[in-house]
Design a protein around this ligand. Sequence first.
Ligand SMILES: NC(=O)C1=CN([C@@H]2O[C@H](COP(=O)(O)OP(=O)(O)OC[C@H]3O[C@@H](n4cnc5c(N)ncnc54)[C@H](O)[C@@H]3O)[C@@H](O)[C@H]2O)C=CC1
Ligand SMILES: O=C(O)C(=O)Cc1ccc(O)cc1
Length: 365
Amino acid sequence: MTRNVLVIGLGLIGGSIALALQKAPEVKIVGYDQDENTAKQAEMLNVVHETVIAPEIAAKDADVIIFGTPVNATLVWLDQLKDWQLKSTVIITDTGSTKKAIMQKAAELRAKGITFIGGHPMAGSHKSGILAAKPHLFENAYYMLTPLAGEEIVHMAKLESLLKYTHAKVVSVSAHEHDHMTAVVSHFPHIIAASLVHQLRTEDDNYPMTRSLAAGGFRDITRIASSNPILWRDITLQNRKELLMQLKDWQAEMGRVQQLLEQGEAADIEQYFASAKSVRDELPVGAGAFFTPFDLYVDVPDYAGVIAEVIGYLADEAISITNLRIVESREDVFGVLVISFQTEEDRKRAANCIEKRAKFETYIS
Ligand SMILES: NC(=O)C1=CN([C@@H]2O[C@H](COP(=O)(O)OP(=O)(O)OC[C@H]3O[C@@H](n4cnc5c(N)ncnc54)[C@H](O)[C@@H]3O)[C@@H](O)[C@H]2O)C=CC1
Ligand SMILES: O=C(O)C(=O)Cc1ccc(O)cc1
Protein backbone atom coordinates (compact mmCIF):
# COMPACT_ATOMS: atom_id res chain seq x y z
CA MET A 1 0.00 0.00 0.00
CA THR A 2 1.32 3.45 -0.93
CA ARG A 3 2.66 5.54 1.94
CA ASN A 4 1.92 9.24 1.48
CA VAL A 5 4.69 11.49 2.77
CA LEU A 6 4.26 15.26 2.97
CA VAL A 7 7.45 17.34 3.24
CA ILE A 8 6.94 20.96 4.34
CA GLY A 9 9.99 23.15 3.61
CA LEU A 10 11.97 21.98 0.62
CA GLY A 11 15.43 23.45 1.23
CA LEU A 12 18.72 21.67 1.85
CA ILE A 13 17.32 19.31 4.49
CA GLY A 14 13.69 18.89 3.38
CA GLY A 15 14.88 18.42 -0.23
CA SER A 16 17.53 15.90 0.78
CA ILE A 17 15.05 13.88 2.86
CA ALA A 18 12.55 13.90 -0.01
CA LEU A 19 15.25 12.65 -2.41
CA ALA A 20 16.41 9.94 0.02
CA LEU A 21 12.86 8.71 0.70
CA GLN A 22 12.18 8.33 -3.01
CA LYS A 23 14.26 5.15 -2.71
CA ALA A 24 11.61 3.64 -0.41
CA PRO A 25 9.15 1.33 -2.16
CA GLU A 26 5.58 2.53 -2.71
CA VAL A 27 6.10 6.01 -1.36
CA LYS A 28 4.47 9.10 -2.79
CA ILE A 29 6.17 12.33 -1.77
CA VAL A 30 4.22 15.56 -1.87
CA GLY A 31 6.00 18.82 -1.08
CA TYR A 32 5.12 22.29 0.07
CA ASP A 33 7.33 25.36 0.38
CA GLN A 34 6.24 28.90 1.14
CA ASP A 35 8.61 30.09 -1.57
CA GLU A 36 6.87 29.48 -4.91
CA ASN A 37 10.13 29.36 -6.81
CA THR A 38 11.46 26.61 -4.54
CA ALA A 39 8.25 24.63 -4.99
CA LYS A 40 8.58 24.93 -8.78
CA GLN A 41 12.20 23.81 -8.66
CA ALA A 42 11.24 20.87 -6.44
CA GLU A 43 8.89 19.62 -9.15
CA MET A 44 11.24 20.36 -12.03
CA LEU A 45 14.17 18.59 -10.35
CA ASN A 46 11.95 15.66 -9.27
CA VAL A 47 12.80 16.24 -5.62
CA VAL A 48 9.15 15.43 -4.90
CA HIS A 49 6.45 13.71 -6.94
CA GLU A 50 4.18 16.74 -6.73
CA THR A 51 3.70 19.99 -4.82
CA VAL A 52 0.66 21.61 -3.25
CA ILE A 53 -0.13 25.30 -2.76
CA ALA A 54 -1.17 24.78 0.88
CA PRO A 55 0.08 21.95 3.12
CA GLU A 56 -3.32 21.22 4.68
CA ILE A 57 -4.48 20.06 1.23
CA ALA A 58 -2.07 17.12 1.27
CA ALA A 59 -2.06 16.66 5.05
CA LYS A 60 -5.40 14.86 5.11
CA ASP A 61 -4.01 11.94 3.06
CA ALA A 62 -0.55 11.94 4.63
CA ASP A 63 0.78 8.94 6.57
CA VAL A 64 3.91 10.84 7.54
CA ILE A 65 4.48 14.61 7.64
CA ILE A 66 8.05 15.93 7.81
CA PHE A 67 8.94 19.55 8.53
CA GLY A 68 12.11 20.83 6.83
CA THR A 69 11.43 24.42 7.90
CA PRO A 70 13.52 26.77 10.11
CA VAL A 71 12.75 25.95 13.74
CA ASN A 72 10.65 29.04 14.53
CA ALA A 73 8.53 28.46 11.42
CA THR A 74 8.02 24.85 12.55
CA LEU A 75 6.62 26.06 15.89
CA VAL A 76 4.09 28.23 14.02
CA TRP A 77 3.03 25.31 11.78
CA LEU A 78 2.66 23.00 14.79
CA ASP A 79 0.14 25.42 16.24
CA GLN A 80 -1.76 25.65 12.97
CA LEU A 81 -1.94 21.94 12.25
CA LYS A 82 -4.03 21.36 15.36
CA ASP A 83 -6.94 22.51 13.17
CA TRP A 84 -6.03 20.43 10.10
CA GLN A 85 -7.94 17.36 9.03
CA LEU A 86 -5.46 14.51 9.64
CA LYS A 87 -5.46 10.70 9.52
CA SER A 88 -5.68 9.33 13.06
CA THR A 89 -2.56 7.24 12.30
CA VAL A 90 -0.41 10.08 10.93
CA ILE A 91 3.14 10.42 12.29
CA ILE A 92 4.51 13.94 12.27
CA THR A 93 8.21 14.70 12.60
CA ASP A 94 10.67 17.50 11.94
CA THR A 95 14.34 17.94 11.11
CA GLY A 96 15.05 21.00 13.27
CA SER A 97 18.36 21.62 15.00
CA THR A 98 16.68 22.35 18.35
CA LYS A 99 14.24 20.17 20.19
CA LYS A 100 13.01 21.53 23.54
CA ALA A 101 10.52 24.12 22.29
CA ILE A 102 9.36 21.82 19.50
CA MET A 103 8.74 18.93 21.92
CA GLN A 104 6.71 21.25 24.16
CA LYS A 105 4.42 21.73 21.17
CA ALA A 106 4.47 17.95 20.63
CA ALA A 107 3.01 17.51 24.11
CA GLU A 108 0.15 19.84 23.17
CA LEU A 109 -0.40 17.79 20.00
CA ARG A 110 -0.43 14.54 21.96
CA ALA A 111 -3.20 15.96 24.13
CA LYS A 112 -5.21 16.22 20.92
CA GLY A 113 -4.35 12.64 19.89
CA ILE A 114 -1.74 13.67 17.29
CA THR A 115 1.62 11.85 17.21
CA PHE A 116 4.73 13.99 16.84
CA ILE A 117 8.24 12.50 17.12
CA GLY A 118 11.07 15.04 17.01
CA GLY A 119 13.85 14.41 14.51
CA HIS A 120 17.23 15.91 13.67
CA PRO A 121 19.60 14.51 11.05
CA MET A 122 23.10 15.49 12.18
CA ALA A 123 24.37 16.20 8.71
CA GLY A 124 24.18 19.24 6.55
CA SER A 125 26.26 22.12 5.38
CA HIS A 126 26.68 25.88 5.38
CA LYS A 127 24.84 25.84 2.05
CA SER A 128 21.09 26.19 1.98
CA GLY A 129 18.23 25.85 -0.47
CA ILE A 130 16.88 23.13 -2.69
CA LEU A 131 19.74 23.29 -5.17
CA ALA A 132 22.13 22.06 -2.46
CA ALA A 133 19.90 19.04 -1.62
CA LYS A 134 21.32 15.57 -2.26
CA PRO A 135 19.92 12.09 -1.64
CA HIS A 136 23.02 10.78 0.17
CA LEU A 137 23.41 13.76 2.55
CA PHE A 138 22.55 11.74 5.65
CA GLU A 139 24.43 8.53 4.89
CA ASN A 140 26.40 7.35 7.97
CA ALA A 141 25.38 10.40 9.99
CA TYR A 142 23.51 10.21 13.27
CA TYR A 143 19.78 10.92 13.00
CA MET A 144 18.49 11.84 16.43
CA LEU A 145 14.88 11.19 17.39
CA THR A 146 13.37 12.80 20.49
CA PRO A 147 10.13 10.96 21.27
CA LEU A 148 7.95 12.18 24.12
CA ALA A 149 8.12 9.92 27.19
CA GLY A 150 5.93 6.86 26.67
CA GLU A 151 5.82 7.12 22.88
CA GLU A 152 4.33 3.96 21.38
CA ILE A 153 6.85 1.51 19.92
CA VAL A 154 4.72 1.03 16.80
CA HIS A 155 4.89 4.77 16.09
CA MET A 156 8.68 4.75 16.41
CA ALA A 157 8.89 1.67 14.20
CA LYS A 158 6.71 3.30 11.55
CA LEU A 159 8.94 6.37 11.39
CA GLU A 160 12.17 4.37 11.50
CA SER A 161 10.97 2.08 8.71
CA LEU A 162 10.91 5.17 6.49
CA LEU A 163 14.02 6.92 7.79
CA LYS A 164 16.12 3.83 7.12
CA TYR A 165 16.18 4.96 3.47
CA THR A 166 18.34 7.93 4.52
CA HIS A 167 21.01 5.35 5.56
CA ALA A 168 21.61 7.38 8.70
CA LYS A 169 22.12 5.91 12.17
CA VAL A 170 18.90 6.54 14.04
CA VAL A 171 19.26 7.07 17.82
CA SER A 172 16.78 8.27 20.44
CA VAL A 173 17.62 10.87 23.10
CA SER A 174 15.59 13.26 25.24
CA ALA A 175 14.98 16.80 24.01
CA HIS A 176 17.11 18.12 26.87
CA GLU A 177 20.05 15.80 26.05
CA HIS A 178 19.68 16.75 22.41
CA ASP A 179 19.78 20.50 22.99
CA HIS A 180 22.74 20.23 25.38
CA MET A 181 24.86 18.05 23.07
CA THR A 182 24.11 20.02 19.91
CA ALA A 183 24.89 23.28 21.72
CA VAL A 184 28.39 21.90 22.36
CA VAL A 185 29.22 20.41 18.97
CA SER A 186 27.14 22.52 16.61
CA HIS A 187 25.40 25.64 17.87
CA PHE A 188 28.17 27.19 19.97
CA PRO A 189 30.82 26.59 17.28
CA HIS A 190 28.61 28.63 14.91
CA ILE A 191 28.78 31.54 17.34
CA ILE A 192 32.55 31.22 17.64
CA ALA A 193 32.92 31.09 13.84
CA ALA A 194 30.82 34.23 13.42
CA SER A 195 32.73 36.00 16.19
CA LEU A 196 36.10 35.23 14.58
CA VAL A 197 34.85 36.76 11.33
CA HIS A 198 33.68 39.87 13.21
CA GLN A 199 37.10 40.08 14.85
CA LEU A 200 38.77 39.93 11.43
CA ARG A 201 36.54 42.74 10.17
CA THR A 202 37.74 45.07 12.93
CA GLU A 203 41.22 44.83 11.38
CA ASP A 204 40.06 46.49 8.15
CA ASP A 205 40.91 50.08 9.12
CA ASN A 206 44.45 49.57 10.33
CA TYR A 207 45.57 46.35 8.67
CA PRO A 208 43.44 45.89 5.53
CA MET A 209 45.82 43.24 4.21
CA THR A 210 44.85 40.85 7.04
CA ARG A 211 41.79 39.68 5.09
CA SER A 212 43.95 38.53 2.19
CA LEU A 213 45.96 36.39 4.57
CA ALA A 214 42.85 34.66 5.91
CA ALA A 215 43.43 31.31 4.25
CA GLY A 216 43.83 27.72 5.46
CA GLY A 217 43.03 27.46 9.15
CA PHE A 218 40.94 30.61 9.28
CA ARG A 219 38.80 29.48 6.37
CA ASP A 220 38.41 26.00 7.87
CA ILE A 221 37.33 27.21 11.28
CA THR A 222 34.96 29.88 9.91
CA ARG A 223 33.32 27.91 7.06
CA ILE A 224 30.10 27.62 9.03
CA ALA A 225 29.92 31.42 9.42
CA SER A 226 28.63 31.31 5.80
CA SER A 227 25.45 29.49 6.91
CA ASN A 228 21.93 30.84 6.50
CA PRO A 229 21.50 33.67 9.11
CA ILE A 230 17.74 33.09 9.51
CA LEU A 231 18.32 29.45 10.38
CA TRP A 232 20.95 30.35 12.97
CA ARG A 233 18.93 33.23 14.41
CA ASP A 234 16.13 30.77 15.15
CA ILE A 235 18.42 28.02 16.50
CA THR A 236 20.21 30.49 18.77
CA LEU A 237 16.93 31.87 20.10
CA GLN A 238 15.51 28.42 20.82
CA ASN A 239 18.68 27.12 22.48
CA ARG A 240 19.57 30.35 24.28
CA LYS A 241 19.86 28.82 27.74
CA GLU A 242 22.32 26.10 26.71
CA LEU A 243 24.28 28.63 24.66
CA LEU A 244 24.60 31.00 27.60
CA MET A 245 26.05 28.11 29.63
CA GLN A 246 28.48 27.30 26.82
CA LEU A 247 29.48 30.94 26.69
CA LYS A 248 30.22 30.94 30.42
CA ASP A 249 32.43 27.85 30.04
CA TRP A 250 34.15 29.42 27.04
CA GLN A 251 34.89 32.60 28.97
CA ALA A 252 36.40 30.49 31.78
CA GLU A 253 38.48 28.62 29.18
CA MET A 254 39.68 31.92 27.70
CA GLY A 255 40.61 33.01 31.21
CA ARG A 256 42.79 29.89 31.42
CA VAL A 257 44.40 30.79 28.08
CA GLN A 258 44.99 34.35 29.26
CA GLN A 259 46.80 33.00 32.30
CA LEU A 260 48.95 30.70 30.16
CA LEU A 261 49.95 33.64 27.96
CA GLU A 262 50.67 35.94 30.87
CA GLN A 263 52.83 33.30 32.56
CA GLY A 264 54.63 32.49 29.28
CA GLU A 265 55.66 28.95 30.35
CA ALA A 266 56.58 27.09 27.16
CA ALA A 267 55.85 23.63 28.59
CA ASP A 268 52.37 24.61 29.80
CA ILE A 269 51.47 26.19 26.46
CA GLU A 270 52.71 23.12 24.59
CA GLN A 271 50.66 20.93 26.91
CA TYR A 272 47.56 23.03 26.20
CA PHE A 273 47.87 22.38 22.47
CA ALA A 274 48.99 18.76 22.89
CA SER A 275 46.01 17.74 25.00
CA ALA A 276 43.59 19.43 22.57
CA LYS A 277 45.31 17.67 19.67
CA SER A 278 44.98 14.24 21.26
CA VAL A 279 41.24 14.71 21.87
CA ARG A 280 40.71 16.14 18.35
CA ASP A 281 42.72 13.32 16.73
CA GLU A 282 40.57 10.73 18.49
CA LEU A 283 37.24 12.14 17.28
CA PRO A 284 35.34 9.53 15.25
CA VAL A 285 35.71 10.03 11.51
CA GLY A 286 32.69 9.52 9.29
CA ALA A 287 30.17 8.98 12.08
CA GLY A 288 27.94 11.95 12.67
CA ALA A 289 30.05 14.09 10.41
CA PHE A 290 28.33 17.30 9.39
CA PHE A 291 29.86 17.92 6.04
CA THR A 292 31.42 15.58 3.50
CA PRO A 293 32.96 12.98 5.78
CA PHE A 294 35.47 11.31 3.51
CA ASP A 295 37.85 14.03 2.34
CA LEU A 296 41.27 13.23 0.93
CA TYR A 297 43.94 15.96 0.76
CA VAL A 298 46.37 15.76 -2.15
CA ASP A 299 49.53 17.86 -2.37
CA VAL A 300 49.60 18.83 -6.03
CA PRO A 301 52.29 20.84 -7.79
CA ASP A 302 51.09 23.86 -9.75
CA TYR A 303 51.13 22.92 -13.45
CA ALA A 304 48.42 23.11 -16.10
CA GLY A 305 46.23 20.02 -16.26
CA VAL A 306 47.27 18.58 -12.90
CA ILE A 307 43.69 18.27 -11.63
CA ALA A 308 42.49 16.58 -14.81
CA GLU A 309 45.41 14.17 -14.45
CA VAL A 310 44.46 13.17 -10.89
CA ILE A 311 40.76 12.84 -11.74
CA GLY A 312 41.68 10.80 -14.82
CA TYR A 313 43.56 8.25 -12.66
CA LEU A 314 40.51 7.91 -10.39
CA ALA A 315 38.18 7.53 -13.37
CA ASP A 316 40.45 4.78 -14.78
CA GLU A 317 39.93 2.82 -11.56
CA ALA A 318 36.18 3.62 -11.44
CA ILE A 319 36.44 5.48 -8.13
CA SER A 320 33.61 7.99 -7.95
CA ILE A 321 34.02 11.34 -6.24
CA THR A 322 31.36 13.55 -4.69
CA ASN A 323 33.20 16.88 -4.53
CA LEU A 324 36.40 18.60 -5.48
CA ARG A 325 37.97 21.82 -4.27
CA ILE A 326 41.28 23.61 -3.96
CA VAL A 327 42.30 24.90 -0.56
CA GLU A 328 44.22 28.08 -1.18
CA SER A 329 46.27 27.78 1.94
CA ARG A 330 49.70 28.17 0.50
CA GLU A 331 51.49 30.88 -1.37
CA ASP A 332 54.21 28.63 -2.79
CA VAL A 333 54.16 26.19 -5.69
CA PHE A 334 52.11 23.54 -3.90
CA GLY A 335 48.35 23.73 -3.48
CA VAL A 336 46.07 21.33 -1.69
CA LEU A 337 43.47 19.55 -3.72
CA VAL A 338 40.64 18.20 -1.56
CA ILE A 339 38.65 15.34 -3.05
CA SER A 340 35.54 14.02 -1.30
CA PHE A 341 34.24 10.47 -1.46
CA GLN A 342 31.08 8.79 -0.34
CA THR A 343 32.76 5.99 1.58
CA GLU A 344 35.94 5.28 3.52
CA GLU A 345 36.63 2.42 1.11
CA ASP A 346 36.59 4.79 -1.90
CA ARG A 347 38.90 7.22 -0.10
CA LYS A 348 41.43 4.44 0.68
CA ARG A 349 41.39 3.21 -2.91
CA ALA A 350 41.83 6.78 -4.16
CA ALA A 351 44.81 7.42 -1.85
CA ASN A 352 46.53 4.25 -3.11
CA CYS A 353 45.75 5.09 -6.72
CA ILE A 354 47.05 8.68 -6.53
CA GLU A 355 50.19 7.79 -4.60
CA LYS A 356 50.99 4.93 -6.97
CA ARG A 357 50.20 6.61 -10.29
CA ALA A 358 50.77 10.34 -9.74
CA LYS A 359 53.34 10.00 -6.95
CA PHE A 360 51.65 12.89 -5.11
CA GLU A 361 51.42 12.76 -1.34
CA THR A 362 47.96 12.30 0.12
CA TYR A 363 46.72 12.72 3.66
CA ILE A 364 43.56 12.83 5.75
CA SER A 365 42.95 15.99 7.81
N1 LIG B 1 21.52 23.41 7.30
C1 LIG B 1 21.89 22.31 7.90
O1 LIG B 1 23.00 21.87 7.71
C2 LIG B 1 20.94 21.59 8.79
C3 LIG B 1 19.70 22.13 9.12
N2 LIG B 1 18.85 21.43 9.93
C4 LIG B 1 17.52 21.96 10.23
O2 LIG B 1 16.71 21.67 9.11
C5 LIG B 1 15.73 22.68 8.92
C6 LIG B 1 15.85 23.23 7.51
O3 LIG B 1 17.13 23.77 7.31
P1 LIG B 1 17.75 23.93 5.84
O4 LIG B 1 17.15 22.93 4.94
O5 LIG B 1 19.20 24.00 6.01
O6 LIG B 1 17.22 25.36 5.46
P2 LIG B 1 16.97 25.94 4.00
O7 LIG B 1 17.02 27.41 4.15
O8 LIG B 1 17.87 25.29 3.01
O9 LIG B 1 15.49 25.47 3.70
C7 LIG B 1 14.37 25.90 4.42
C8 LIG B 1 13.19 25.87 3.47
O10 LIG B 1 12.02 26.14 4.22
C9 LIG B 1 11.22 27.08 3.50
N3 LIG B 1 10.43 27.79 4.48
C10 LIG B 1 10.82 28.78 5.32
N4 LIG B 1 9.80 29.14 6.11
C11 LIG B 1 8.74 28.37 5.74
C12 LIG B 1 7.41 28.27 6.18
N5 LIG B 1 6.95 29.03 7.17
N6 LIG B 1 6.62 27.37 5.58
C13 LIG B 1 7.06 26.59 4.57
N7 LIG B 1 8.30 26.65 4.11
C14 LIG B 1 9.13 27.53 4.69
C15 LIG B 1 12.21 27.96 2.77
O11 LIG B 1 11.62 28.60 1.65
C16 LIG B 1 13.27 26.94 2.37
O12 LIG B 1 13.01 26.35 1.14
C17 LIG B 1 15.99 23.72 10.00
O13 LIG B 1 15.08 23.51 11.04
C18 LIG B 1 17.40 23.44 10.46
O14 LIG B 1 17.56 23.78 11.82
C19 LIG B 1 19.14 20.18 10.39
C20 LIG B 1 20.33 19.60 10.08
C21 LIG B 1 21.33 20.27 9.28
O1 LIG C 1 28.11 22.61 7.92
C1 LIG C 1 28.22 22.19 9.06
O2 LIG C 1 29.28 21.73 9.52
C2 LIG C 1 27.06 22.20 9.96
O3 LIG C 1 27.16 22.59 11.08
C3 LIG C 1 25.80 21.64 9.40
C4 LIG C 1 24.72 21.49 10.38
C5 LIG C 1 23.89 22.55 10.63
C6 LIG C 1 22.83 22.40 11.51
C7 LIG C 1 22.64 21.20 12.13
O4 LIG C 1 21.61 21.07 12.97
C8 LIG C 1 23.44 20.11 11.89
C9 LIG C 1 24.48 20.27 11.00
